[in-house]
Structure formats: structure tokens, C-alpha cells
Design a protein around this ligand. Structure first.
Ligand SMILES: Cc1ncc(COP(=O)(O)O)c(C=O)c1O
Length: 417
């Protein structure tokens, strides 16, 4: 067909599609140091990378017309397999849950379930200052008071369990802790928080959006036996969110929300019928894409992917430490690296990196700007050029507090790509 009913011709359609693809910067994927999606690629350590990604895309495409209702038989089986597999690895004897659209929805569904179980209209939720902004968002949506517990002085990634306990109010319905914090990569003291939750009869949700598909593998293969306990092995943990479209390498949108047992999922379904999810109709494509990734990688594959991501992170960390004036924030247990400076204003540096084509997340904390990178296998071969550009760009940095940063550079959004 050369012309469609709208009058748009096939050539014009393709030209526009090509343009929109370029605007989205898909071809620059290797220079994207903070991406989510099916970007698993072949590297010397992951010889099957491209093949697994292609099979995941194939499964997505074959289920693209499907949903989770009438034709949902296959997708629901796939979802149960993914939840059962990860839930088992996370230490639940009878895991139950679903594939969500990602970390925000998973956090929402968990806390709505907690609120339903508490049988309250309003109430409060206690979480450390390092919690993701989706926690504030869900509090606004569900008329809950966010009780944010500040980090101990000078240690943004740390959490004082005693301060969490002190923040609990009579109307508190849940505590939220994080395994793989945005943007420190730290793991909250969940064993201690679990005891507190149990002592106070409170629901404890763990936001493992970033950590959920990397921490289990780093621990189980012995890479880091010092990862503090954070999953269902901690008795008080009721639910865990873990994003397939982050370290799970799956096509977005895909996350998992896993409850400790089917009774908790049943409560989620009561408040959010019929699946426990925010949405009604769900696309089967993302579920199929995620299922393919999980099925083809398994524990061995995810372990190799996790080790590759950590090797890239370690290269970056070592390189950044050699650059005068720059530091890496301590405490990361995963492939999340926050680059900042105690002496330099990095705003011109951040701009220069962007001008040179690097994609990363900028953050206003620590002020005035910090650079967050989350290396994954698709960044293979990019750490050296990134570090070279960073070293060059640091020459443009200004002394911290010199006040000569032009006004238009003052505004740095935390997700300013
Ligand atoms: C710790 C944490 N929780 C939740 C989210 C939200 O995930 P999503 O964007 O998939 O909704 C993110 C996203 O970066 C995150 O880092």
C-alpha cells in the first residue's frame, strides 16, 4: 500500500518513524548510562546476549495482540512462572504476585494492600529519606501522610533503625524500606526494620525496583556475601517490588510485585480486582517479553549479567577516583554509582557530558548536582571513553559556592536527561 486512508504515504510514514527513532536516541544505546529495557547485548562474558534479547523481543511480538482477560491464559501462566521463580529465590515458601508496569505501580499496589488490611481511611507511612519519589506520589494518591525519616548527619545512604521506630505513629499503616536505593544503590537495614515492623504489627514493603534482579545473584554466587538480609528471609517483610525492566533486562513496562503468601495477594485483589494491579486490561506483550528473559537466562544467566554490570561499575568507580576533585558516594551494593564532588560545582561538567552525547541521570542531591550512572552490559566498551570525557569536562568545573554559574544552569531537575 503506497497511501493510507489518512492520505499519509508509506515513504512519508517511514521517514517520520525514522526521525522519531533518532529523536529517541535509540541508535546511541551504548552511550546511555542509565537505561531501562531489553538492552542485554553480547559481550565476551555474555556470548548469548543478543540471542536472548532477540528471543525476548520475539515473545513480546507474538503476544502483542494479547491481554490478560479473555486471551490471557498464556500470559497468566507466564506471570505465575516469573513470580514463582523470583519469589522462591527471595526466600518465600509460597510466593504470590503479579507482573506490574514497574516500580511505581508495584509500590502503589503494596501500600494500597497494607491500607486495606489496616482497614483505615487515612493514615501514615514511614520510610527513610532515601525512598524513591514514587513513595511520595502514592501517599498523595491514597491520602496517606509520608513520615520521612532523615538520614544520619553526613551519611545520605544510611538509615538509623531507631529513628524509624521513633517515627511510627498510632495511625501508621506501613513501613517501606529499599534494597537498591535511588541513587545511592544502598540496602536499608531491613532485618532491623523487619523486627520493628513485627513489634508494632505493621506491614513492611521492600522497594527492590533496582536491587531485586541483581542482589540475589550477587549474594548467591558469593560475589558479595556481606549484602545485608533484605528479602523474605527477614520475617517481617510482607511484599517486595523488583523491576524486570531495570536489572531484569526485560522490555518495558514490566515489574514484579511479590507477596509473601497467597493471602496477601488475595487482599490486594480485594482492593484492586481482579489482579491486584492498578490497571484493568494489561498487555500480554511485556509479560511475554519478561517471561522469555527469565526463562532463557535463569539463575546462571542473571548471575553472569549481574557480574558484568558490576565489573563495568567497578571500572567506572576506579576511574572516577583517579580524577582530582571527584568522589563516588559510598554504600552502593549494586550497579548504581553516584558521582559528586565536595569541592567543585559540577553543573558545567554535567552539561559538557550531555553535549558530548552521554545519557545519564542528574540529581540535585548532593547539591548542586550529582551524576548518576547505572552501567549495564550494553555499556560494554564505554567506560574508558566516558571517563576520558569526564576527565576533560572536570576542567570546566567551578569552585563549589563560587556563585558564578549562569542563572540558566541553576535549575537542575533530578531526572534532567
Ligand atoms: C528505588 C526505585 N523505586 C521505584 C522506582 C520507580 O520505577 P518505575 O519508573 O518503573 O515506575 C524507581 C525508578 O527508578 C526506583 O529507582
Amino acid at each position: 500500500m503506497s497511501t493510507f486512508p489518512s492520505g499519509v504515504g508509506l515513504d512519508a510514514f517511514h521517514r517520520e518513524l525514522d526521525r522519531l527513532e533518532l529523536v529517541s536516541r535509540f541508535p546511541e544505546m551504548p552511550r546511555n548510562m542509565f537505561d531501562e529495557g531489553p538492552h542485554l547485548v553480547t559481550t565476551p562474558e555474555l556470548p548469548w546476549g543478543d540471542e536472548v534479547r532477540e528471543r525476548s523481543i520475539e515473545a513480546y511480538r507474538r503476544f502483542i495482540h494479547g491481554e490478560t482477560w479473555i486471551t490471557g491464559g498464556g500470559a497468566r501462566e507466564m506471570e505465575a512462572q516469573v513470580v514463582g521463580w523470583l519469589g522462591g529465590l527471595l526466600g518465600a515458601a509460597e510466593p504470590a504476585g503479579f507482573v506490574s508496569s514497574g516500580g511505581s505501580e508495584s509500590n502503589m499496589c503494596a501500600i494500597l494492600t497494607a491500607k486495606h488490611l489496616a482497614g483505615r481511611k487515612g493514615g501514615s507511612v514511614v520510610f527513610p529519606d532515601n525512598g524513591h519519589y514514587s513513595l511520595h506520589k502514592l501517599c498523595r494518591m491514597f491520602d496517606l501522610d509520608p513520615v520521612v525519616v532523615p538520614a544520619p548527619e553526613g551519611a545520605l545512604h544510611l538509615v538509623d533503625p531507631a529513628a524509624i521506630e521513633a517515627a511510627i505513629r498510632p495511625d501508621t499503616i506501613a513501613i517501606i524500606a529499599t534494597a537498591g536505593t535511588w541513587a545511592y544503590g544502598s540496602v536499608d537495614p531491613i532485618a532491623e526494620i523487619g523486627e520493628i515492623a513485627q513489634r508494632h504489627g505493621l506491614y513492611l514493603h521492600v522497594d527492590g525496583a533496582f536491587g531485586g534482579y541483581i542482589l540475589p545473584f550477587l549474594e548467591r554466587c558469593g560475589y558479595d556475601p556481606t549484602i545485608p538480609p533484605w528479602d523474605f528471609r527477614v520475617p517481617g517483610v510482607c511484599s517486595i517490588s523488583a523491576d524486570l525492566h531495570k536489572n531484569g533486562m526485560a522490555p518495558p513496562p514490566a515489574g514484579t510485585l511479590i507477596f509473601r503468601d497467597p493471602e496477601l495477594l488475595a487482599a490486594a485483589k480485594e482492593i484492586c480486582p481482579p489482579n491486584g494491579t492498578m490497571s484493568g486490561t494489561r498487555g500480554a506483550g511485556p509479560i511475554a517479553g519478561a517471561w522469555a528473559m527469565v526463562t532463557l537466562l535463569g539463575e546462571a544467566g542473571y548471575t553472569a549479567v549481574s557480574l558484568k554490570s558490576m565489573a563495568l561499575r567497578d571500572e567506572l568507580v576506579a576511574g572516577v577516583r583517579e580524577i582530582d576533585g571527584l568522589s563516588v558516594h559510598p554504600g552502593s551494593r549494586i550497579n548504581m554509582t553516584l558521582i559528586h564532588s565536595g569541592t567543585l560545582d559540577l553543573r558545567p561538567v554535567a552539561e559538557e557530558l550531555r553535549a558530548r552525547g552521554w545519557m545519564y541521570a542528574a540529581r540535585a542531591v548532593p547539591a548542586p548536582v550529582s551524576i548518576v550512572v547505572v552501567p549495564m552490559p550494553h555499556n560494554d566498551g564505554q567506560t574508558a571513553p566516558f571517563l576520558a570525557d569526564l576527565r576533560d569536562a572536570v576542567g570546566l568545573a567551578l569552585p563549589l559556592g563560587s556563585g558564578v554559574v549562569p542563572a540558566e544552569r541553576e535549575k537542575v531537575s533530578s531526572y534532567g536527561f
